[in-house]
Design a protein around this ligand. Sequence first.
Ligand code: CDP
Ligand code: MG
Length: 753
Amino acid sequence: DVTSDLAVASTKGSKAVKRFREQKERINAQERHWELAGSNLGKLMGIKEEKEEVDEEEKVNYKDSQKFGDHMKNMDSVSTFALEKTIKEQREYLPVFAVRQSILKVIRDNSVVIIVGETGSGKTTQLTQYLYEAGYGKQGVIGCTQPRRVAAMSVAARVAEEMGVPLGEEVGYAIRFEDKTSDKTVIKYMTDGILLRECLSDPDLDNYNVIIMDEAHERSVNTDVLFGLLREVVSRRSDLKLIVTSATMDAEKFANFFGGNTPNFVIPGRTFPVDIHHRRAPVEDYVDEAVKQAIQIHLGAIDGDILIFMPGQEDIEVSSALISEKLNSLESAPPLAVLPIYSQLPSEKQAKIFQRAPGGIRKCIVATNIAETSLTVDGIFFVIDPGYCKMKVFNSKVGMDALQVYPISQASANQRSGRAGRTGPGQCYRLYTSRQFKDEMLVTTVPEIQRTNLANVVLMLKSLNVDDLLKFHFMDPPPQENMMNSMYTLWTLGALDNAGQLTDLGRTMADFPLDPALSKMLITSAKMGCSEEILTIVSMLSVPSIFIRPKGKEEEADSRKEKFQVSESDHLSLLNVFNEWKKKKWSSRWCKDNYIQAKAMQRAREVRGQLQEIMESDKLEIISSGTDWDIVRKCICSAYFPNATRLKGIGEYVSLRTGIPCFLHPTSSLFGMGYTPDYVVYHEIIMTTKEYMQCVTAVEGAWLAELGPMFYSLKEQALTYNERIQQTIRANETMEDELKSSEAQKVVQSERK
Ligand code: CDP
Ligand code: MG
């Protein structure tokens, strides 16, 4: 409902953020924040900064600008950071401990159990250990899935610590492209995506004795698909225990899904009352308001840490920087440890949110939705909730999924306020009115499976021989149109044939833990003779942004970046950086000198190694095109032709398929270069005030006709936008008809049998 204030505001975004962006400080905000909030703090909290990343000159600056400098002078001794309670005491204090025996009994007596408990009751960290202590780890691995990678990593670290073992041995984790487990591992935390992929090679999951599907209420696509698959696995394997945990009251629904006798076990909670403060009138700007609110709380006398929810990384960086900045400008403000947390934050920085700030400094955690239920931080007394989150939603305007800011649901709002009442009575400041809460927020969040493109899921299910997707047992089936759209996407890429069956290409594509288009690009590159290059490009696309712009050195950083840019392609620019780095023997020094994030580069190198292994095992040739980079661009076009746009004005393009305007992003190599190719393909669209194309490559019209004949032909360039739409609809219908007739044939055949 676009007429609601919240929805309108969510599409506009924060002015404070825009202001920041316009000041061109965006890329730099994170760096600056850490500078202000203090790397000293990190050091005191026992986190070693990487030496090579902080040079002497910067260190001096830190000290000078440190508000906490004096405060921290005498704090070299670590004693202040030792937690007040021993690990054993902490474990026994958790609500789940009181019901340990009865939980183990209900698990012993049933193959599927639903466990419901407030966030922070100890489900994620304790259940695995209880099962291990009860001997379940002897017959197989105790697996625990998480919808978020950050949660999988940080929880595994915590459990390893509680058990007193090094992470990666008895306790490990696996997330995409990163496997921190070994032969010794008995407790394995992983993303739900990882377990889903494991189903491909081991449909019965024989490796596991117990599977805990944690955070099931999040209803990620992967969790929903796993529900359907595991329901079958449990019926085949009587020795497997399946535990589904949830923070909210969807438990009935889960129990029904797994059959009438599935018990619900409720962990009695221990929560304190939270006062909820709504705004009297809608707020102008959620970032500005959240910053003001945080400062106001901080300057008030009451103790207790603050938790601010922000929709995404940029809002988090900006609001963190603004809070630090404001406090620094106040003469007598007490120190505040402002700690951001979002998925792309390096893990040693993520760890900070759980640690006690030195000397009783108040903590202010600025987090994405991850802090809503996945991660519990003790000591939060104040919650600031702007009422937004980022969600992936299929956007029919651009014809693909887009990550956008939306109002949260009432259920989320209540979860968020609950975060303030874990350790004592708390306060929640909602930056919206009670009318907005009642009238403009949905009661619960729409499950991801009903709002995103499912091409990956379809590919996976097809390779698991689930032929008739419409009959797959989903808890909430995706809209049929959604399914058809996803199949259409796969058909255009050549992964499905006209009858909707997996092609050889599709089968190979499913081997890669990548989006279908990227898998296709890799496979095609072996045939086109440029797989060395494409391997690098795909790997570079799988890591966060590699360029950095430190404050005061923006121009230098920009001019370094320019040296790497290839005027016709951002993809080739990435390839260029990687190749140069390789020539410099993977040197971190070189990265630093060139304002490139060394960690991200190392990660890309690891990812590349893993993808190369998959290619080799699929007998795909690893071969370089040498200096011929045109073939690399053509290969990119072979996978990204659905995202083709045609030049309209300076920096402005128009989508060939949907007719909507798309713009070159200011960070693109093609931006402002005076070189404006007629056609470009893009990796993705990011929507801010305009539709910006992210990561762009110039292509030739003839390639589009050759590689994407279902969309384009040479003469077709004369077609109007409407004619082209009609053509797409017709192609869609043809496929549907063929699908239907092949389904009908199947029915006839099986009846004959
Ligand atoms: O899963 P659930 O929300 O029920 O609770 P949990 O994540 O197992 O958290 C139990 C306790 O462990 C909380 O008090 C957390 O603060 C603590 N914890 C921690 O200190 N460090 C972590 N990385 C994870 C949890
Ligand atoms: Mg949990």
